[in-house]
Design a protein around this ligand. Structure first.
Ligand code: TRP
Length: 452
């Protein structure tokens, strides 16, 4: 089974070189692996917690989307969306909020830091603390749990939030899961091998230190200017330099091959002047990001194209989120007012199980149906040449540990995919609500079957 990774990017700023090397580049690389099912999204509801400037938020969303696309993210391959385009997220957030202990949130680092600072300044402990900041981890749990992500690539400061997501998931399942885990329990993935770039002054490159090098904004001129402002020691051209004490070398290494880095190192040790070193650094970075910047500028000039890509991403994400949320709503007692119509005449018998039924078609080929415990016809397979073919497919469906991942809404119905091929479909539904309810039921039944 493919590993699902998911990560969010808060849309409050303009991406810099440190974001590129530390997060964007490795995430895009990971997404090219066939064993990875990647979900990347813009956490713009989270951005609202720290950014009260509508123009800045709007602009940042655009810049970040354009940056990821320009850097090579393939929206066909990855589910790439904006958090705020998924109405299911705040809904799940509320379901989770209702099971989250306030005491758990009291322990969140970001909230505690704000309180500590207030206390140190003799302010009211909660001065300036909004409910958004306080319950930040619940919204983040909703982001992650909605898609049953296995791994969440994040920085160290976010590990606690992933642990909280696990706690909240377990609490929810304990209350509503009737003995089952309703969510995949996510793991934080902190990649130690990825470089943390130093900024202009040698401290970690960060917006809060005001020491960043812009990625695309401002064109190659801003890149060159920023590199010119990297702090060096006062050694003159001809004097040997110490590469290990120069952020110039550290940044160079993050872009160069091993042999290029070794050559750069030698040149510094042999007395290359800082001016030449900066020029070489600029050229090496430009070689990698110059072509991306061109794509970035084209995208920024066509926000409509970005919008189309994001809307398509939201559609893909909602096709998963919608049915899963319906299932969770049903679990807490908020079942849709218009449930899927039961098959006429089908009576629910006590203890009756959902089941596969195989049969021979009129034309002699083999198919199967999947019936819910109450008899509702949830799936009809494609024809197979022989009974073995149909049997093998049934066996695989029974063992699916993530049935939701194999199902997708399709027109007025839904389809079940194995290895990229639609092998079975639901009936036609007059209403999307009815379709989603049937889909949720199907997922629940398949999960129950795989569990026993
Ligand atoms: N809180 C994360 C950060 O500041 C952003 C984020 C929001 C996120 N939702 C997420 C990251 C879900 C991973 C998964 O970096």
């Amino acid at each position: 089974m493919r590993t699902r990774i998911l990560t969010g990017i808060t849309t409050t700023g303009t991406p810099h070189l440190g974001n590129y090397v530390g997060a964007i580049r490795p995430a895009i690389e990971a997404s090219r692996n066939d064993d990875i099912d990647a979900f990347f999204f813009m956490a713009d509801y989270h951005a609202l917690i720290k950014c009260e400037d509508p123009q800045r938020l709007q602009r940042s969303r655009l810049q970040i989307a354009a940056t990821w696309l320009a850097a090579g993210l393939d929206p066909q391959r990855v589910t790439f969306y904006r958090q705020s385009d998924l109405p299911e997220i705040p809904q799940l957030c509320w379901l989770l909020t209702c099971v989250t202990a306030k005491g758990l949130m009291n322990r969140a680092h970001a909230y505690k830091a704000a309180v500590d600072q207030n206390v140190a300044e003799n302010e009211d402990p909660d001065a300036g603390v909004t409910m958004g900041l306080f319950s930040y981890p619940v919204l983040m749990a909703a982001d992650i749990l909605m898609f049953n992500a296995h791994r969440v690539p994040v920085g160290r400061d976010q590990i606690q939030h992933i642990e909280m997501a696990r706690d909240i998931a377990q609490r929810f399942s304990h209350l509503y899961g009737a003995g089952r885990e309703l969510f995949v329990l996510p793991e934080a993935q902190v990649d130690e091998s990825v470089a943390t770039l130093p900024g202009l002054d040698g401290r970690k490159m960060s917006k809060s230190y005001n020491n960043t090098i812009p990625l695309f904004e401002g064109g190659s001129r801003h890149l060159r200017d920023a590199i010119g402002r990297i702090v060096t020691d006062s050694r003159l051209p001809g004097e040997p330099k110490d590469p290990d004490n120069s952020q110039l070398y550290t940044i160079y290494r993050a872009f160069a091959s091993e042999s290029e880095a070794a050559a750069f190192r030698r040149a510094l040790e042999e007395g290359m002047g800082w001016g030449d070193a900066k020029r070489a650094l600029f050229e090496r970075i430009e070689q990698e990001i110059g072509p991306m910047r061109e794509r970035y500028e084209t995208l920024m000039a066509h926000p409509d194209d970005i919008e189309t890509i994001l809307q398509e991403g939201a559609r893909k994400a909602r096709a998963i989120a919608g049915p899963f949320l319906a299932e969770l709503r049903a679990a807490v007692g908020l079942e849709s007012a218009r449930p899927a119509a039961p098959v006429p005449g089908a009576k629910k018998k006590a203890g009756k199980q959902a089941r596969f039924v195989s049969f021979r078609d009129d034309d002699g080929r083999f198919r199967f149906r999947f019936l819910a415990a109450d008899g509702q016809d949830l799936l009809l397979s494609r024809p197979y040449a022989d009974a073995q073919g149909a049997g093998a497919a049934i066996k695989r469906l029974r063992a699916l540990d993530d049935p939701a991942g194999a199902l997708r809404p399709d027109g007025d119905s839904y389809a079940l995919y194995l290895d990229g091929e639609a092998v079975a479909r639901g009936a036609g539904f007059a209403e999307p609500d009815a379709r989603d309810a049937a889909l949720a039921k199907l997922v629940a039944e398949l999960r129950a079957l795989a569990a026993d």
